[in-house]
Design a protein around this ligand. Sequence first.
Ligand code: HPA
Length: 274
Amino acid sequence: MESLLLKQLEETVTFIQNIYPQQPEAGIILGSGLGNLVNEINIEKEISYSDIPHFPVSTVEGHSGKLLMGTLSGKRVAVMAGRFHYYEGYTPQQVSYPVRVMKQLGVHTLLVSNAAGGVNPGFNVGDLMIIKDHISFFTVNPLIGKNEATLGARFPDMSEPYSKALITKAKAIGERLGFNLKEGVYTGVTGPTFETHAEYRLVKAVGGDAVGMSTVQEVITAVHAGLKVFAVSVITDIGIREEENKITHEEVLAAAKEAEPKLTQLFKEMVAVI
Ligand code: HPA
């Protein structure tokens, strides 16, 4: 008998394909305050999450909650303007459900952005950090539970969650555009609290360069599904500093806005070369 998950995925995908039958190549998930890429997309269909069967509904400020289907840099894309976070109360499976939908729609590559706190002392607010690896021990793994063998392996390999080939392409693009791209390890946490001083120090001690409340569950699900992944953090605050260490959501959104044009250009050029 078909599982509930497979049945739901089929209903979601059929609904979207009835509205937009063309097959997207790339899936894009945009982080907090990083939605401007949508202005570069030739949007052919816009679907509210609330209309899509089995899709959770986004609640956090700065997330608009729409699936956009169209073209960017000459490629068909499916773009999530607004994502789901574990701290909103969704299960890890709900958080990463849209990634499974993208895979079923035909996407082969996933591009992800997020706002993150810097713990590498060499980082500055507004830096873009290419995610070369992640640490997910501080979050709940979205693959816990019965494994659907048709969706992916029980024990997925995680030796290269972020495509090295895509990172090489991004660095070349960054160099050409004169961007000073950083590279590092993203550490996923549940939020919604920002970290204490001791926690920022812990993240640094375990090898993290940045810390944030999204991305790892989506990326784990993408790797499970066999998607290639490219992800970038916008460093919106320096958690590791001892002084002036009050962080607000407004500050995070403002810093994300500042750095957004660079991220938009990078993603636009990446889509052209995937
Ligand atoms: N910590 C966790 N998540 C974040 C931060 C941070 O400092 N900044 C933006 N998202």
